[in-house]
Design a protein around this ligand. Structure first.
Ligand code: SF4
Length: 326
């Protein structure tokens, strides 16, 4: 469990290997800490990240542990998680039995995978920007409501898995969700942005949709582009700091007039043990960003390398390319 400090900075670890059934103790402890240590005179500064900025990491963790010990001593918040799939198909214990127990034909679909339970499958689905079209969502819910034991599980990056499906159901669900992302780039992370969020000032969802549309129009192979992260403002709901390429909403002056723009970051990482924030390069006009990705996709296509393999030897080339649009 990590908490984020006041300014952009990496969080601090306040608990490791927390048993899932104990998670409510940790949440209640943070609630108490926020209530008793937070600045109650200001909604903004009352957030726990400001407590971390005030106390420093060591004192923050120590104080949090006092609250945790109090909650653990005074309350009973443990609960039991269901562990068995609700569908009563036997779990295969041997890999060969497992392979033989699945329909090879259905597994040729790129978004269908085999579960460890013989005869059961999952379908992965990443709605663009994490926003499921209403009609797809309703059709999916209606279909699954008639298939007892099926579940929808959310990922941490705006995707979802539909699990506990038979082979026939998996094929049907895959067909229902064909509107989703086709590549890693199309599975990029975007916050909801200014069309919905009252704090935000740029349309992050619109930027992602425009980039995807532009790349599809161009007919370029964009499977080499990385997953990017976009936030509509400097708050990091789109986790722009940890993307290989990230953007947060900004304003750019063009001919001395303000136009919608995004500040660009490169080189972030969320990989466990290698976490780092990206380097800020500058602000691009929102209308130029799709053209930047068209140019980058061409470079990667010529190199026939995914971005992650290419960037190691081409950092300067990337920054020079970005510089043409900043
Ligand atoms: S990053 Fe900004 S615009 Fe996006 S959801 Fe968060 S507050 Fe709103």
């Amino acid at each position: 469990m990590y908490m984020r400090p006041a300014a952009s900075a990496q969080g601090v670890c306040v608990g490791r290997d927390v048993a899932p059934e104990d998670i409510l103790y940790y949440m209640k402890a943070m609630l108490l800490m926020s209530s008793e240590e937070g600045d109650r005179t200001s909604h903004t500064k009352g957030r726990t990240r400001f407590i971390l900025a005030r106390l420093g990491e060591e004192a923050f963790v120590a104080r949090y542990k006092e609250f945790l010990a109090r909650v653990q001593a005074e309350e009973n918040l443990a609960f039991t998680l269901p562990v068995e799939p609700k569908r009563g198909i036997a779990v295969a214990s041997d890999a060969n039995v497992q392979a033989a127990s699945h329909d090879a034909a259905v597994l040729t679909h790129p978004r269908i995978g085999a579960q460890k339970q013989a005869g059961l499958y999952y379908v992965s689905y990443h709605p663009v920007g994490g926003t499921i079209p209403r009609e797809v969502f309703l059709e999916l819910l209606h279909y699954l409501s008639n298939s007892e034991g099926t579940e929808i599980r959310l990922t941490g990056e705006e995707g979802l898995y539909i699990v506990n499906l038979t082979a026939e159901e998996a094929k049907t669900v895959a067909a229902m969700t064909e509107d989703g992302a086709r590549t890693r780039f199309e599975a990029s992370v975007s916050c909801i942005g200014s069309t919905v969020c009252q704090i935000g000032f740029q349309d992050s969802q619109g930027l992602l949709a425009t980039c995807i549309r532009r790349l599809r129009e161009e007919g370029l192979s964009h499977e080499y582009l990385p997953k990017i992260h976009i936030s509509g403002c400097p708050s990091s709901c789109g986790t722009h700091q940890v993307g290989h390429i990230g953007f947060h909403g900004a304003v750019k002056l063009v001919d001395k007039k303000p136009v919608p723009g995004f500040t660009m970051f490169v080189g972030g990482s969320e990989e466990h043990g290698r976490e780092r924030f990206g380097k800020q390069l500058g602000v691009m006009a929102a209308t130029d960003i799709p053209e930047f990705f068209v140019a980058l996709a061409k470079l990667l296509q010529d190199a026939k390398l995914p971005y992650e393999a290419w960037i190691g030897d081409h950092q300067e080339e990337l920054e020079a390319l970005a510089g043409k649009f900043i």
